[in-house]
Design a protein around this ligand. Structure first.
Ligand SMILES: O=P(O)(O)OC[C@H]1O[C@](O)(CO)[C@@H](O)[C@@H]1O
Length: 447
C-alpha cells in the first residue's frame, strides 16, 4: 500500500534522534493499552478498530440514504452539529471539493452547517437562504442534549415542516445520535426520522468514520469506501503489534512529546492548500480536547500558508521560541497550471515561465521550513501523495492513534473533556435555566 509519510529530520537541531527513540518501549506499551482497550478512558476506545469493523451493510445504508436524499433534487444538505459532530465531515468535504463548488453547477448538493455557533445573524441568513432552496438535513449530536445544535434544529425543524409539510419534512431529516439516550433519540423516535447510531464507545472527536461524518461525505458525492479503506490500512499499519520503528503514529507521538518536554508548547499545523483549512480545525479539536487538561498539553494552532506567511510569518520566524510546526504537504496537486511567458516581463516573473504553480508552492514550503528551523522552530512534515479520499482516511486514523498515544505519554486521559462543562454551567446560570437557581444567584453576584 502507498502510505502517507512522516519526516522529522528537521527536529534534530532541537531534540536528538536517540531521545525520540527512547520512547519506544513506553509507546509500544501505550499502543497495546489502546488497541487492547486497557488504558485510561477505555470505555471510549471503539475508534481504534472502527475502520475494520465497518460492515458492508453499514456502508450500503449510508450510500442508499445519501442517494435517497440526493434524489429529491436538493441544492443544500444542512448538517446540524458542533465539535466532533461537524468538524470531521466539514474537513473531508472541504478537502475534496472544488474550491468554488458553491458557485458552480454541481451534481451533488452543497453541504452547509448549522448549530456550530449561536450567531443570530448566521441563523437568520441561513434560514433566508433555505427559503429559496431545496434542502434536507442531518441533525447530529452524540449526547443529544448540546445547546447549539438543539437550538438550530428547533428553528430549522419548524422551517422545513412549514416548507414541505410534516410528512415530507420527516423524510428529509436524518438524526444521528446515541442508540437509546438523549433528547434527540426521543424526538427521532416520536417523529419517525431515519436514524443512525453513534457507537457508545466512540467520542465525538473520534467519530468522523461513523455516520457522523460518512453520511454527509456520501451526500456530497465522495467515495466513503475509499476513505474507510485508507483508515483500514492505517489501522493495520499502526496496530497493536507494529513496532515503534514502523509505526508512524507512535513516532509522531514521541517527537511531539519530546519537543513539548524541551519547551515547545505550541504546535502549529501548517498547510499549503486552502482546502485543508478545516482539516486543521478537526485536528485542533482532536488534540486540544484530548490533551489540554491537568494544566498540561501542547496548544494546537493552525495556519494556511502561504497566506498566513504574510500575517503570522513574522511571529513564527522571530517571536516566542515555544513553537513547533507540523506541515501537511500534498505531493501532487490534482490540476495543472503552468506559468506563461510575458514579453514585457514587467513583473520579472519570466524566470518561472513554463513551471507549474505547484513548483513555486513547493519551494515556498521548503524555503519556509528551512527558515523556520533556522529561526528556532522545529518542523515535522507529513506528506500525502495526493489529496483524495484514500489518503485522507489514512491521515485521520494516523492522527487519531497518535493522539491517543500522545495523551497516554503525557499522562492524561485523552478521551474525556471535563473542562468543556465550565462555560455551559455559567451560560445556563446566566440564562436562568431551571435547576440552576443557586448557580444563577452566585454568578449574578460576580457581575
Ligand atoms: O455530539 P454532541 O454530544 O452534541 O457534542 C458535540 C461536541 O461537544 C463536546 O461534547 C464538548 O462539549 C465535544 O466533545 C463534542 O464533539
Amino acid at each position: 500500500m502507498e502510505r502517507i509519510s512522516l519526516n522529522f529530520d528537521k527536529t534534530f537541531d532541537f531534540i536528538s534522534k536517540d531521545s525520540i527513540f527512547s520512547y519506544k518501549e513506553a509507546i509500544e506499551n501505550h499502543n497495546r493499552a489502546l488497541f487492547n482497550k486497557t488504558g485510561k478512558g477505555n470505555d471510549f476506545l471503539g475508534w481504534t478498530n472502527l475502520p475494520t469493523s465497518i460492515s458492508e451493510a453499514e456502508l450500503a445504508d449510508y450510500e442508499a440514504t445519501a442517494a435517497k436524499l440526493v434524489s429529491k433534487d436538493i441544492d443544500i444538505f444542512v448538517v446540524i452539529g458542533i465539535g466532533g459532530s461537524y468538524l470531521g465531515s466539514k474537513a473531508v468535504v472541504d478537502a475534496l471539493s472544488d474550491s468554488f463548488a458553491h458557485l458552480k453547477t454541481r451534481k451533488n448538493p452543497f453541504i452547509l452547517f448549522a448549530g456550530q455557533n449561536i450567531s443570530e445573524d448566521y441563523l437568520f441568513e441561513l434560514r433566508e437562504l433555505l427559503k429559496t432552496k431545496e434542502y434536507a438535513m442531518a441533525v447530529i449530536s452524540k449526547s443529544g442534549t448540546t445547546t447549539e445544535p438543539a437550538l438550530a434544529f428547533r428553528l430549522l425543524k419548524q422551517d422545513i415542516e412549514d416548507k414541505y409539510g410534516k410528512a415530507e419534512a420527516n423524510e428529509r431529516i436524518v438524526a444521528i445520535t446515541d442508540a437509546s439516550k438523549g433528547a434527540l433519540r426521543s424526538l427521532a423516535t416520536i417523529e419517525g426520522y431515519k436514524t443512525f447510531v453513534i457507537p457508545d464507545d466512540v467520542g465525538g472527536r473520534y467519530s468522523v468514520l461513523t455516520p457522523v461524518g460518512l453520511l454527509a461525505i456520501a451526500v456530497a458525492g465522495f467515495d466513503i469506501r475509499a476513505l474507510v479503506q485508507g483508515a483500514v490500512d492505517m489501522e493495520k499499519a499502526t496496530g497493536v503489534d507494529v513496532p515503534f520503528e514502523e509505526n508512524l503514529s507512535a513516532q509522531y507521538a514521541a517527537v511531539r512529546n519530546e519537543l513539548y518536554k524541551s519547551g515547545k508548547k505550541v504546535e502549529i499545523l501548517v498547510n499549503y492548500n486552502p482546502k485543508l483549512h478545516f482539516f486543521a480545525e478537526w485536528w485542533k479539536q482532536l488534540y486540544g480536547e484530548s490533551e489540554g487538561k491537568e494544566s498540561k498539553g501542547i496548544f494546537p494552532a493552525a495556519v494556511d500558508f502561504s497566506s498566513d506567511l504574510h500575517s503570522m510569518g513574522q511571529y513564527i520566524q522571530e517571536g516566542e521560541r515555544t513553537l513547533f510546526e507540523t506541515v501537511l504537504s500534498v505531493a501532487s496537486p490534482d490540476r495543472e497550471v503552468r506559468i506563461p511567458t510575458d514579453t514585457a516581463d514587467l513583473d520579472g516573473l519570466n524566470f518561472l515561465a513554463g513551471k507549474r504553480v505547484d513548483e513555486v508552492n513547493k519551494m515556498a514550503e521548503l524555503g519556509t521550513m528551512l527558515a523556520h528551523v533556522d529561526g528556532g522552530v522545529p518542523n515535522i512534515q507529513i506528506v500525502l501523495p495526493k489529496l483524495n479520499e484514500y489518503f485522507l482516511g489514512q491521515l485521520i486514523q494516523f492522527f487519531e492513534v497518535a493522539c491517543g498515544l500522545s495523551g497516554y505519554t503525557l499522562g492524561v486521559n485523552p478521551f474525556d473533556q471535563p473542562g468543556v462543562e465550565a462555560y455551559k454551567k455559567n451560560m445556563f446560570a446566566l440564562l436562568e435555566k431551571p435547576g440552576y437557581e443557586e448557580a444563577t444567584k452566585a454568578i449574578k453576584k460576580r457581575l
